[in-house]
Write a protein that binds this ligand. Structure first.
Ligand SMILES: *[C@@H]1O[C@H](CO)[C@@H](O)[C@H](O)[C@H]1NC(C)=O
Ligand SMILES: *[C@@H]1O[C@H](CO)[C@@H](O)[C@H](O)[C@H]1NC(C)=O
Ligand SMILES: *[C@@H]1O[C@H](CO)[C@@H](O)[C@H](O)[C@H]1NC(C)=O
Ligand SMILES: *[C@@H]1O[C@H](CO)[C@@H](O)[C@H](O)[C@H]1NC(C)=O
Length: 172
């Protein structure tokens, strides 16, 4: 298990309304690297359907082969402080299917939005990603943070995909 605050940060960054008194505002998300041998046309965006709706994250793209545990995802969290993102030394890595099928928070969020693992080759649109809102401690260490996902081949660590999500957190 991760420390609770890590899970909390991750869930917040995924756009989840964890506690009513905390407003979460995903601000930016982008794909910064995509290896054409393994993935193409990958995009990520943040959507809100009306002024009162939650923020949703949408992830779309094509994987060129089936992805299983031969793909690994590393997650790193940075804290925005004094005009720069600083590593928080909080991070973890998971094999893809272990993440999707066994990890209840991030994996659960992606799974709830429809991603399956093994993931067949082809175009996938994982829309309206949100996550479970229960059982999160009422603590939040950052006002603004960035979560970076680095996806690579499990066997050789060859980079496949890099993307980030930045979010702001407002105590009400
Ligand atoms: C995402 O990155 C691309 C290329 O690096 C850039 O052209 C685009 O403006 C960025 N989009 C956002 C929303 O930051
Ligand atoms: C990626 O998008 C381009 C332009 O829309 C399209 O021509 C190409 O076929 C797409 N590639 C895949 C693998 O979907
Ligand atoms: C991962 O393993 C599957 C099933 O063995 C295989 O079809 C696929 O090509 C592999 N994916 C990559 C990216 O090597
Ligand atoms: C995403 O959520 C919005 C608002 O709840 C809904 O209108 C839309 O149909 C959903 N899209 C998908 C692909 O589930």
């Amino acid at each position: 298990m991760f420390p609770h605050n890590v899970l909390f940060v991750l869930c917040l960054i995924l756009g989840i309304q964890v506690i009513k008194s905390l407003e979460v505002i995903p601000e930016r998300a982008n794909v910064t690297f995509s290896n054409p041998e393994y993935a193409s046309n990958v995009t990520i965006n943040i959507r809100r359907y009306n002024r009162k709706s939650a923020y949703y994250i949408n992830l779309m793209g094509t994987n060129m082969q089936t992805w299983t545990n031969n793909i690994t995802a590393d997650v790193e969290i940075s804290q925005y402080l004094h005009n720069e993102y600083r590593p928080s030394f909080v991070g973890f890595h998971y094999k893809l299917c272990d993440l999707v099928n066994k990890e209840p928070f991030i994996g659960g969020a992606i799974k709830n939005a429809g991603l399956v693992c093994p993931l067949p080759a082809g175009y996938h649109a994982v829309m309206n990603i949100t996550a479970p809102t229960e059982h999160f401690p009422n603590v939040f260490p950052f006002e603004k943070g960035r979560i970076e996902f680095t996806v690579s081949l499990t066997s050789t660590s060859e980079p496949v995909l890099k993307l980030f999500i930045e979010a702001r957190f407002k105590q009400k």
